[in-house]
Design a protein. Sequence first.
Length: 226
Amino acid sequence: MMLRTAMQSALWIGLMGVCLFAAADNWIWPQGWAFIAIYFFGSLGFTAYYLKRDPALLKSRMEPLKDKGQPLWDRLFLLTFIAIWFLWLIFMALDAERWRLSTPMPVAVNVIGAGLIVAGFLATLAVFNANSFAEPVVRLQPDRHQHVIDTGPYALVRHPMYSSAIFYLFGMPLLLGSKWGLLVPPLFIVGISLRAIAEENKLARELPGYADYMTRVPYRLIPFVW
């Protein structure tokens, strides 16, 4: 599993790197390398940690983004999300380095962006520690005896994984220096919000205790807001 995880992570990070540096036409772009380094060491740390702590979670997250019990709408969502993700990376590299549509950001802003990405990773770590069923696809997991999780970040919001994404979605354009790239995170947030609602409808129907959990934890993404 270690080899499989390493290969998948290398493929994902490698594709992001090619998109960034080919679009930027600058293979020594410091912000681009900082971005790749954060994802590389973050993925390496996650893999090493969960190989010991929760290998079942790690294995489930390495499965293809397509499952027998996964609704069609979720497959379409993931394919669309991934396509927009890579187009966004290409656009930010073009904006920041080749076209220079955005005025240069201070290094301090780049550092804040890097910090937001790291904060997103740490928030995701808290989610994984609380919920071993946090797969990337929407499906029930009777094979793993799935049950409702209401501890840790799940005691605050019903979808803390999506909440953690907000940090790195806004951190990425700040680190890469693309002001125009900041227009895209709100679109991602709308998308994951719609997915959260659809996911809840499925879980409320099919997972015992989830409807009651929704009454006890009223907020989806941001405490006291929504």
